[in-house]
Design a protein around this ligand. Sequence first.
Ligand SMILES: [Zn+2]
Length: 246
Amino acid sequence: MGVKKYATVEEAVLCVRRRRRHRVRILNEIEEELSNIRSRLDSGSKDVGVWQRKSGYKQRFSTQEIWKQLRVSKPSCAWAKGIWISQATPKYAFIAWLASLDRLSTLDRVTKWSRGLDETCVLCKSAKETKDHLFFECTYSTQIWEFIVKGVMGSSYTNRWEEIMVVVCDTSREKKSLFLIRYSLQAVLYEVWRVRNKVRHGEKLLPLLVIKRMLDKGIRNKISMMRKKRLKGMEDMIQLWFSYRM
Ligand SMILES: [Zn+2]
């Protein structure tokens, strides 16, 4: 073609050479394209940079569109908004995330790789330990759950995991109550999981009253800390918490 192997488009267009006919189709197409560019330049139209957008080549750049073009998008996770909440305590949110994925090492899962293990729940000793049993169908943990959230959940109170997930994802609920339910869920999950691990490693089961008091105090401390930050829409939350505790 008389064009250097590593020439840029600009060099190919601007190098002085006569158009030729080729036996190979692609070379004729390249000639055609080069001559198109050349005639466009001759007609005086300005050379501009463009971006490939959804609606074709455009001069305006959109980071959002480029980002979407670069990544492979997957359907959004339905419960993510109920778990990754603003003002969460990281260690609580982490355990809540693992529980949502059913990735905590509950005994039903452990026995899959370690056969012959006793699967009985260490808290109530009367049912198989699964995520759904531990949170919060177990006679021990359900009492803690009920004590902490029954007031704030009101008529939507439930101890079934699937239904709890629906409640924490229901954004039509009043903002402060929703936060209290979500935060309480994470705090109770964390505490039940901690107590369960302690018992499993030989420690004594703590009296329910002690855990209930500890959780209530922990949640109140969180609310007090948030009050100092003066978060918009989160005013008077401590009064609200007390009103549900009556
Ligand atoms: Zn149990």
